[in-house]
Each structure stands twice: as structure tokens, then as C-alpha cells.
Design a protein around this ligand. Sequence first.
Ligand code: ZN
Length: 480
Amino acid sequence: MRNLLGLQPLTLGILALGLAACGTQAQRPPSIVLVVADTLRADRLGVYGHEGQLTPFIDSLASEALVYENARSVSSWTAPSMASMFTSLYPSQHGVVTGFSLSMANAANKGGAMINRIPATVESLPEALRAAGYRTFGVADNPNIVSQLGFERGFDRFHASNYEGAEAVNAAALQWKSEIQSPEPFFLYLHYMDPHQPYHPRRPWFAFDEREIEGAPADEDGTPMGFVSEAGLRAVHIRRVIEGAQDAQEIEARLAYGVDLAIAAYESEIRYLDEHVRQIFEQLALDSETVVVFVSDHGEELGEHGSIGHPFKLYDELLSVPLILRLPPKFNRAGRINGLTSIMDIHPTLLEIAGISADSALAGKSLLGPMDGSEERELLAMRTHERAIDTHKLEALLSGGSKLIISSTSETVEFYDLSSDATEQHNLAAAHAAKAEQFKARLSAMQASLTTFEREFIDLSLDENFDQMMRDLGYLGDGE
Ligand SMILES: [Zn+2]
């Protein structure tokens, strides 16, 4: 979809050199930092072509890193995506497809509060790294990245919070500064939430004309509600749009203004996040010998298909993510890779760097392998909504610059040519019916070939802290 700056994909052959150097200098594998920026679209980073200078620090990291131009998530919200990043399995394989939303379906259905979690029989990334001698630290600011879903497994130290912001994430990591800085290799996972709704206008980077919403109701902290969420936009701004507008053209103009407000706040959150990633790198003195992965769990829709957020859809603004891998200088590898890659590839890549042999059954593959486009990659994406009465599934197949999206509750088939229609506005399912049928058959065959693990559930209501937990989470929806 993107072919940025006209740079050439890396030639191969340097890889062997880098890995050999890794083995000769010391037996000790390099320390690793995995930075996950929740809900960050790839196209908002300078290194992916954005001109708003939202990510000066990440861009500077990327200038000496491998930058994967066509990276995709496997789903459009956190729980399945992160379980896939940690296990290198598709959501249909590890079974973490609904996270906390299942608790509501089952609370009505069974009287309990069941959630699905990463099966104990699957070794997650932090578990594999700890078993190989890494000291492991994790801070996650997303309410789905919690011990109940199995995400704390493999971490010596794990801190979970519910959207307290980048400053709090950094403060949590800094508690362990002396441990992190001791000589043995470490794995540090930092999961920032800031680009996620509600969007806070982060000053001084939020620069938008606010006069239009004077008089709008404010949150407790004084933030005009029109800025902070899709719900806020709907409830406040849209009402004002309808009430105040003279005609359809004016309504259109005011709606567009509301979207612009949301985007300005979203972008200010990204700039705020970038600044805090810079700060933690400085505070922990993370040098060029540290392997860095920068990625997002999914993107964000900013009006392309009628909404703002990451609702029940699988369009590319939700699947396309930044993926940046900075290796120590001795690897001698940097540049841009145009082939299709997945967030599931991070797990086998880091195992390879750590000198651990990966399970051949993993769905992802090492990002250090051939990425010259000679091997055609096919990737699936999926999103599931399990309710007490039924299950609704969306599935997508990306292959050769085309994309199929099918829904379990609709006869509608969507088929897009991403090379000419990157934002998926023109459904070619009728015009290219034969090809769309081929994709449908291929998607079914790929799904059928995947090894699935028995889904694992726990009943949260058995936890004596359940009520407090639900209160602390502050929501009972799927959280996304
Ligand atoms: Zn997320």
C-alpha cells in the first residue's frame, strides 16, 4: 500500500554477518525493549510519510532501524492482537477473541463472569525469554492487558493500569530502574495507551481553533467534551451541529469540523506519546546495544468508513500498523522492507535474536528472514463478537495487494485492490467475482489448516476482588 520515499528494500546477505557477529562477541544475547503504542495508525509517523512532525523521537530511532512498510495486525482491537503478538498465533488459534466483553455475555448467560485467556499450553514471548535467562519487566496501560487474560505470564515484574497515561507508564517502569540496569539481559515491554479514546488535547501540541465549541459542556477536568471521544462528539458536537445548522451543507461542514477536532486531539496524543518514549529511553539510558521493537496493536479509523475509533471492522486503517526493529550496530542492518509483515512476526524474531529456536508451528515468521518480496505472503485478520445468543465474525484475507472481507452475518462480500484503492472505498466483489471467490476459498482453507488450542476460560466472579476489579476498570464493555 505504501511505497515511501522511493527507498529500495534491503538486499539480503547482511543478515548472516550480523548474527555471526552476535555470537562471537559474547554469549550474552542483547537486551530487548518492546514498545507498543495502542491504537497508533502507521500513517501518523514521520517515517511512514506523515508531515506533521508528530514522532520526532520514533523517527530518529527508525533512521537506524529496519522499517517494515506493510505491517498488519491480525485484528482491530487489543486483546486478540496482543495475544497474537505474544504467541505468534492467530486469534482463532489462541482463542483470546473477546477479552472482557465475554464476561458480559456470560454474566447474563451463566451467572458467572467468564473471560477467555491465553491457554497455559501456549508459551508466550515473555515466558520464552525468561526461560532463556532474560529478566522480564512489563508495564501495560490497557485494561485488557492484565493477569486475568494471561498477559502477566513470564514477567518477573508486571504492572497493569487502566489508561493512566504515558507519564504513569514511565513512572512504573522507573521503579525497576536499578534492576533493569544490572548487567544481565532484560526484556522490557512498555504498552502505552495514549492514542486510544478518549483523546485528550495534549498541550502544547494541541493547536486547534477552539472557539467553535465555546459553551459546550466540559468534563470534570475542564476538557471540552467535544474533543474527547466519539461519544462526546456525538452527544455534544453533533447535537450542536444539528441544532445550529441552517441547511444540509452547513451540517456537512460542521460534521467535518468535528472530525477535524478529534483528529487534532488524536495527533496531539501521538506527539505526547513520542515525547514520553524519548524520556524513558533517556531515563533508562537505553543505548544502541538494546534491541528495540516499536509497534502498535491496531490502528484507528478517522472517518474513512463512517466512524472514529476501532469498531467492528477490518479495514486497513485499523490493521495497518507501524513496525520498526532497531538492532545493535553489529547486526549492520537498517533500511526499509516493503513485503507484507505481521505483528505475529515479532515473537519469532525476538526468539531468533535471543538465540532460542522457535516452534515451527508459529503463524508468524522472523523479520530477519527473506523479506525481498520473492516469497508471496498471505495474512488473515479476524474479529469476533461473542454474545450470549450468537457469535458474529468478520474475517479478512490479504494477498498480493488485494483484500477480501467477509462477515458471518451478511451475504455481502467485500473485495478491494489496495494498490489502487488504499482506503477501501470501491468494493470490487461484483466486478471481480471470480477472484473474490478464489479469495473466499483460500481464506477458508487457511483457517481450516490452522492448529487451534483448546480455549481457556476463567470465572472472574470467583475472584474475591471481582467487584473492585470491575469498578477499577470503570467499564463493562469490550474495552477495545
Ligand atoms: Zn488496542
